[in-house]
Design a protein around this ligand. Structure first.
Ligand SMILES: C[S@@+](CC[C@H](N)C(=O)[O-])C[C@H]1O[C@@H](n2cnc3c(N)ncnc32)[C@H](O)[C@@H]1O
Length: 185
């Protein structure tokens, strides 16, 4: 993430938008009370909210500095690992829910995104749910990603990609600035 992006991701206004709009919308009906894996927690805005939902939360963050800071902040409340969502260090069938928010566009290619989807399917128990949200590309979003990774997910092809990754069903919704998806193992 570039510096402006980092500033936004740790801002109070981003936390407020996540908590009031994005997380309730993306997680409606998702089983968050059991074993939950979050991919790409960044500064941990969603991680804190997930902990409040009562589950056992594990988070995998590819940036070692962000992962270490979140690990230190949350202590034993969550299991925070440094790692790649496209190469998860967990056995098959470890989680009831896998979630990710505003991170898929930071995965540098569609192929790597598909690997991440396949890993999410692998670590879910049968009947488990993979859900999340991402931004849609507008002018401000493009400016925010100057000199930064931005591989925006096409909402039209996402459900097919999720089925190809091993999910039994998948649904995608869009609003003007965001998409949400939900797929069942
Ligand atoms: C824009 S931030 C969003 C952070 C947080 N989910 C939020 O909504 O505030 C994207 C995060 O995903 C992380 N990330 C990118 N690719 C990843 C990958 N392959 N595996 C795990 N984390 C990844 C980045 O390091 C960054 O912390």
């Amino acid at each position: 993430m570039n510096l402006l992006h980092r500033r936004i991701c740790r801002s109070d206004s981003w936390a407020a938008r996540m908590r009031s709009q994005i997380l309730p919308w993306a997680c409606r009906g998702v089983p968050l009370h059991a074993d939950v894996l979050e991919i790409g927690p960044g500064y941990g805005v969603a991680t804190g909210w997930l902990l409040e939902q009562g589950g056992r939360v594990t988070a995998v963050e590819v940036d070692p500095v962000l992962a270490a800071a979140l690990r230190e902040r949350l202590g034993d409340r969550a299991d925070v690992r440094t790692g790649d969502g496209a190469d998860l260090p967990f056995p098959d069938g470890s989680f009831d829910a896998v979630v990710c928010f505003t991170m898929l566009h930071h995965v540098p290619s569609a192929l790597q995104q598909d690997r991440l989807f396949a890993q999410a399917a692998r670590v879910l128990r049968p009947g488990g749910v993979f859900a999340g949200s991402d931004s849609r590309a507008g002018l401000f979003f493009r400016l925010l990603h100057v000199a930064d990774t931005m591989v925006v997910v096409d909402p039209g092809s996402l459900s097919g990609r999720l089925r190809s990754a091993g999910f039994a069903d998948a649904a995608v919704d869009t609003v003007p600035r965001a998409i949400r998806f939900r797929a069942t193992r």
